[in-house]
Design a protein around this ligand. Structure first.
Ligand code: GLN
Ligand code: ZN
Length: 768
């Protein structure tokens, strides 16, 4: 019999109940008891739902009040010194996740601890709390371990779950070494950690668990020989922890590749592989799997929102069954459904034709059980299989998806379309002549404070309380305010402030054909924060200019050069759910063509400077290094396609942030933007020296201050930073700007910070 299973369920709830509950607790509106009770109800609801859908192996321990890696840190006592004086339990937990500030009260000193570092969970948009390890750290299992408690909670309801934990090797590799510990090998901590894991497994066995899912996502990444060779010993120990427990080691997000032998030689009852990201690995794994292992097939995409092609997935199930026998096959989503929205049930605005193509977490569960049933009892799911194949057919042949105009343009892309007319030195001359900017030219990254009034205005038109005209004139007044503000401060290249944009991707999506939006398609990003990525379902086409009127209006208000603001093709791609019926590259090129048209229209409208933001370009890097080259080739090509169709004298800016760019530097260089403004808030000299090492010759604006904090940076502070910058970069290439958009800031601190920034630039013009 083929079993169905799930690797993890989205925690947040059908209507983000968990988010609202936790935030009310933070705001002091809900007691701890009510929080814990409410969270339990959400968990229980999710178990029952999975049971209803017919899942055999239902996960427990996948739920979290903030982050599952933080939960694991608490379970094994990995609590940095600075949190140890806090009240144990939720106070410590949330302080580690998001920091804690409390004024002094009678009898208690003030508390002021920052949050721990947060990092992207592999190539998803989920962020986890990075564990911090001390040299020689000893791990101790907490008296009350969350994963055991939740197993028991489900058991009490008569639901026998499969507890999920992150494996010890991945847990260590996800972490960092504490600053005061110096550099040491994290894997040297394995012996102590593994013995704490052994105790945890014993406790789970005593509680009555039969299966435990141990996630080792690092098995899908490039590993050092040392890390590779540590797996066998660790799992020999863990598999002996209890004779009544069966372990499933789960990998996901990429191919197991050169780690396949490691995975298939582990002495564990089952292994899981991602067959959505890496379908080709089924054959290798079937060939190499050891004779006692059960194989869990990740066939339903946990990372995207399209219905699974069940007929095609069934072929893989049947292949595995014919090789291993039904008793050694489990059907599962490719990875935890944490990365999927909850259910399509809440979607009332998507047209039925398109809605029929979608499958969120709840619907995916059913797909898993249909696939499992189809082997043993095909008759019982015949109707559902037929309905699925109809939807798949309908989507593939829908005229809504294909736009011959776009297809045609894609076919007719020529090599010239990736090149500017002249190399940078010549462009620079024309731009200097046209713009007449001073050395150390000042600008901002685009957005200005999005105050309550701006958000309110948007909600007024949405609700129909305001007419479109009322809204437009409100936006115009915001633009005028922003332009005057920048003129008063004395900035050189101005922006319109982006007040008409709710989100830098959504805004363009709403103005392009081929995009659709959900009402409730929320996905966890970090803590209680969720994002609602738009869906690219068809060919991307720009029916009309998207920003030209607004930017033209902004330019009409001032003699200073106005910078047109666009979101780049790769960032649109990365922050959307992307269609899976064509290579991502093709979708990127379609987006690029639409943006190219916009760039050219802005130029025609007399806009002298255009910025194309690509903050997400590095996020798209594949997990396996041998796939980087190919990605960077088409990603940079897409940027070039969007940006190069202009005269020499039109100045193209780009902006990047959030990550470490050193390892993709040659690609940044190939983007050949005239000006790049880049986050450098950690005053990272390594980043700056990369510009030097790779002899970067275009203009560069390393952010002079961190916009993520309301703190106003002083002139001296920014001067010192600029001093470091000009030591490494030729000063005639340096621009002066903040490190990202000012959307989340208030006007008062923005004014003070930008005044200081302009003062720094003016002084630098004299000094250097
Ligand atoms: N232009 C955008 C802004 O200023 C850039 C945002 C970003 O880099 N994420 O808000
Ligand atoms: Zn940014």
């Amino acid at each position: 019999m083929v079993y169905s299973s799930n690797l993890g369920f989205p925690r947040v709830g059908a209507n983000r109940e968990l988010k609202k509950l936790i935030e009310s607790y933070w705001a002091g509106k809900v007691t701890q008891e009510a929080l814990l009770q409410g969270a339990k109800e959400i968990r229980v609801g999710h178990w029952k739902l999975q049971q209803e859908k017919g899942i055999d192996h239902i996960p427990s321990g996948d739920f979290s009040l903030y982050d599952h890696i933080l939960d694991n840190s608490i379970t094994f006592g990995v609590i940095p010194q600075k949190y140890q004086h806090l009240a144990p339990g939720l106070e410590t937990y949330f302080a580690m996740g998001r920091g804690l500030q409390k004024p002094a009260v009678e009898g208690a000193a003030k508390i002021d601890v920052p949050a721990m570092e947060m990092k992207k969970w592999f190539d998803t948009n989920y962020h986890y709390i990075v564990p911090e390890f001390q040299k020689g750290q000893q791990f101790t299992l907490a008296k009350s371990a969350k994963v055991v408690n939740e197993f028991l909670e489900a058991k009490e309801l008569g639901i026998h779950t499969r507890p999920v934990i992150v494996g010890p090797i991945s847990y260590l590799l996800l972490g960092k070494t504490a600053k005061d510990s110096g550099d040491f090998d994290k894997l040297s901590l394995l012996p102590s950690l593994v013995s704490a894991y052994e105790q945890l497994l014993q406790r789970l066995a005593e509680a009555g668990a039969t299966w435990v899912q141990v996630d080792e996502p690092f098995l899908s990444l490039d590993l050092t020989e040392q890390a590779k060779s540590s797996f066998k010993g660790v799992y020999e120990t863990l598999s002996k922890a209890s004779s009544s427990l069966k372990l499933l080691v789960a990998t996901y997000f990429s191919q197991v590749g050169d780690n396949t032998d490691v995975l298939t030689s582990l002495p564990v009852a089952a292994i899981h592989v991602d067959l959505v990201r890496a379908p080709q690995q089924l054959d290798t794994v079937l060939e190499k799997i050891n004779s006692t292992q059960i194989l869990s097939l990740g066939l339903v995409n946990g990372r995207n929102i399209w219905k699974t092609n069940l007929a095609k997935a069934l072929e893989s199930v049947q292949k595995a069954v014919s090789k291993l026998g039904g008793d050694r096959v489990i059907v599962a989503p490719s990875c935890s459904l944490l990365h999927s929205p909850h259910s399509i049930e809440g979607e009332k605005k998507i047209e039925p034709e398109i809605l029929d193509w979608l499958s969120f977490a709840v619907e995916k569960l059913r797909e898993v059980t249909i696939l499992a049933k189809a082997v043993d009892d095909a008759g019982s799911v015949k109707a559902e299989l037929e309905a699925n194949s109809k939807s798949i057919q309908a989507r593939a042949t829908s005229p809504r998806i294909h736009n011959p105009v776009v297809q045609d343009r894609l076919k007719n892309i020529t090599p010239e379309m990736f090149k500017r007319n002249s190399p940078f030195p010549e462009r620079r001359q024309s731009q200097e002549k046209k713009l007449g900017l001073p050395k150390f030219a000042t600008t901002t990254v685009g957005s200005f404070p999005q105050t309550k009034e701006v958000r309110l205005a948007r909600s007024k038109v949405r609700k129909g309380d305001w007419s479109q005209e009322e809204y437009d004139s409100f936006i115009k007044s915001e633009i005028e305010k922003t332009v005057r503000f920048q003129e008063d401060i004395g900035l050189d290249v101005l922006v319109h402030g982006e007040s008409e944009r709710n989100d830098m991707v959504e805004y363009f999506g709403e103005n392009l054909d081929g995009y659709v939006f959900t009402q409730n398609g929320w996905v966890a990003s970090y803590g209680t924060r969720c994002v609602k990525p738009p869906i690219i379902f068809g060919d991307i086409h720009r029916p009309k200019p998207m920003t030209v009127d607004v930017i033209k209006y902004a330019q009409s208000l001032t003699q200073k050069p106005m910078k047109g603001m666009l979101t780049g093709p790769i960032t649109c791609l990365q922050w959307s759910f992307v269609r899976d019926d064509q290579p991502r590259q093709d979708t990127a090129f379609q987006l690029a063509l639409a943006i190219r048209d916009e760039v050219q229209d802005l130029e025609k409208a007399g806009i002298p400077v255009i910025q194309i933001d690509e903050p997400a370009i590095r996020e798209g890097l594949p997990l396996r290094q041998n796939e980087w080259k190919q990605y960077l080739q088409w990603a940079v090509d897409a940027f070039l396609l969007s940006s190069v169709g202009v005269e020499d004298s039109t100045q193209i800016h780009t902006h990047m942030c959030y990550s470490d760019f050193n390892d993709i530097f040659p690609s940044i260089k190939r983007m050949d933007a005239d000006v790049i403004t880049i986050e450098n808030s950690k005053s990272d000299l390594k980043l700056l020296s990369a510009f030097e090492t790779h002899s970067y010759t275009n203009w560069i604006g390393p952010g002079l201050y961190d916009i993520h904090s309301p703190r106003v940076p002083s002139v001296e502070e920014m001067e010192a930073r600029l001093g470091d910058i000009v030591k490494l970069l030729p000063n005639e290439l340096v621009w002066v700007n903040p490190d990202c958009g000012l959307k989340t800031r208030g006007w008062v601190e923005t004014e003070a910070a930008l005044k200081n920034l302009v003062a720094v630039a003016r002084a630098a013009r004299k000094q250097y």
